[in-house]
Ligand binder design. Structure first.
Ligand code: SF4
Length: 330
């Protein structure tokens, strides 16, 4: 591992100033992804600016009825928060589906959003990878890609974003707050992650050196139940090969409101807006759920080794929406 400096930040402006003075420094939250990447030689920061003691560890009511979640709230604390469990159950389920208990006790909300892909070529500095070394190539396209993207990829990169939490936050229309050198700003999660295009190394729209300070959840959809379901290759402590976060409001057998986001199928949590449009105002039936999933997945461009994900996601959408419909009519 490259030698690095360490500094603890005592306030948000100070943390941003420290990074501004050293563009090769990185913020340190729980370190559950960053430190692994440093050990592998993928990340080589000159300095770590520890933000864990900043006053960003609260979950509070937000104006208008939502929730404001500080960036250093741990995944465990967020999953257990009574208001999250009561109003945003899909978020609690997504958090509890991620990693292990020990990792959730360390991992922070800000770090979870910024975690890097687990593509095996990216995490091995001996291999080419456009995301790690722009212009070096993407061996995954011809090589190992069974867990890579089917939606929104490019010829430069087909990696998927590994977050479970981010999928639920996307379904709930969360907004990311940050502090940059020129002041605070906000980004809806739908605009937070950049399309892959020709620049897979540029993953977010955060200004350089900006610190995520929190995430705001708007009020949960009225009369809608929510759920997160994750498919993985073993029962625990594994990344998704496909996941769905959904909120569904059904009245007299008709879909009144629906939010749908997919995980592990694209470089970012994928908001399934085509499916939402197809479902809204229509029957809450398995046939309609399958047709809506097909509408969304018509844009899928699977590689030879990951076409199974199209079927998997279709079945997952039907299963989750059917469960929510049954729960709503119980
Ligand atoms: Fe690198 Fe992306 Fe290709 Fe993986 S899929 S090797 S992260 S460029």
């Amino acid at each position: 591992m490259r030698e690095f400096g360490y500094q603890r930040a005592h306030d948000v402006p100070g943390a941003v100033a420290l990074l501004g003075a050293d563009p090769d420094a990185r913020f340190l939250g729980g370190g559950t992804n960053l430190v692994d990447l440093m050990k592998a030689g993928v990340e080589r920061p000159t300095r770590l600016v520890d933000v864990r003691e900043l006053p960003l560890d609260r979950v509070e009511p937000a104006p208008g009825g939502g929730l404001r979640i500080g960036a250093t709230v741990t995944n465990s604390d967020l999953a257990a928060h009574p208001e999250v469990r009561r109003r945003y159950p899909a978020l609690t389920q997504a958090l509890l589906a991620g990693a292990s208990g020990q990792l959730r006790n360390m991992a922070t909300v800000g770090g979870n959003l910024l975690q890097r892909t687990r593509c095996g070529y990216f995490t091995d500095p001996a291999k080419a990878c456009n995301k790690r070394v722009p212009g070096s190539g993407c061996p995954a396209i011809e090589g190992e890609h069974h867990n890579h993207a089917i939606l929104g990829g490019s010829e430069q990169c087909v990696a998927v974003h590994p977050s479970d939490m981010g999928v639920a936050l996307t379904a709930f229309d969360a907004v990311v707050s940050y502090e940059a050198a020129d002041g605070p700003g906000e980004l809806p999660l739908a605009e937070f992650y950049l399309p892959v295009g020709d620049t897979p190394h540029q993953e977010t729209a955060l200004p350089p050196g900006a610190l995520i300070t929190g995430v705001t959840l708007p009020p949960a959809p009225a009369h809608a139940l929510s759920r997160y379901r994750k498919v993985r290759e073993r029962a625990s402590y594994a990344f998704a090969i496909g996941s769905v976060a959904a909120a569904l409001g059904v009245e007299d057998g008709v879909v009144r409101e629906v939010r749908l986001a997919f995980g592990a199928v694209a470089s970012r949590p994928w908001r399934a807006r085509e499916a939402e449009r197809a479902l809204t105002g229509g029957p809450a039936s398995a046939e309609a759920f399958a047709a809506a999933a097909d509408t969304e997945l018509a844009a899928a461009r699977p590689l030879p080794g990951n076409g199974y994900k199209v079927t998997l996601m279709r079945n997952l959408v039907v299963a989750v929406l059917t469960d929510l419909t049954e729960e709503a009519t119980r």
